[in-house]
Design a protein around this ligand. Structure first.
Ligand SMILES: [Zn+2]
Length: 192
């Protein structure tokens, strides 16, 4: 599997999705509870090669991915530039080599490959590392934020061009606010 170094938006998106499978975001319910859910996650967000690695994973591999999830969350929660760079650089240790891969219009782009024998943890770790480094380099450390919904414990990396993303799961958390505001108005109306 290869990760193009300029495709940090995709990589940071996977980092955000991974972080927001955590039980703290879902009132205690882990959204990556077993190996089957890990395969589904990889199929949903990655290339086929990522799903293949997920299918080879064992329970210890899943626990390691949970550890990675905590690590990435901790980077987003404490986004000092030095910490982000050091933490993300450590996540890129599964790099087996650097290469050029085909890009649009006959151009090539820099990419890193997984080392031989790499696991799903190695793949996700490399993706998250490249995602964080790319965002720090291109957009800056202010793009690492917690969810703007007061009822949500999620976090995200904002890779939008204007940088005004507010929610970890925009469709869901924005609606949570709307529902909360609606309920508050209803409650206020009843007490009048
Ligand atoms: Zn949220």
């Amino acid at each position: 599997m290869q990760v193009a170094l300029d495709d940090y938006v995709w990589a940071a998106g996977i980092a955000t999705e991974l972080v927001n499978t955590a039980p703290e975001v879902w009132h205690g319910e882990d959204h990556l509870p077993d190996l089957a859910s890990l395969v589904t996650f990889a199929e949903l967000h990655g290339p086929d090669s990522l799903a293949t690695l997920a299918r080879q994973a064992r329970p210890a591999g899943l626990r390691a991915v949970h550890g990675l999830r905590d690590t990435v969350r901790s980077l987003i929660d404490h986004p000092s530039r030095e910490r982000l760079i050091a933490g993300a650089a450590a996540l890129t240790s599964p790099i087996g080599g650097t290469t050029l891969v085909p890009g649009p219009a006959n151009h090539t782009r820099w990419a890193v490959s997984l080392r031989p024998g790499a696991t799903i943890l190695d793949a996700l770790s490399l993706i998250c590392g490249i995602g964080v480094l790319g965002v720090v380099q291109t957009l800056g450390e202010k793009r690492f934020r917690s969810c703007g919904s007061p009822t949500c414990q999620g976090a995200f990396i904002d890779t939008t061009r204007p940088g005004r993303r507010r929610y970890c799961m925009p469709g869901l958390c924005g609606n949570r606010i709307n529902v909360a505001n609606h309920r508050a108005r209803q409650a206020a109306a009843r007490t009048r």
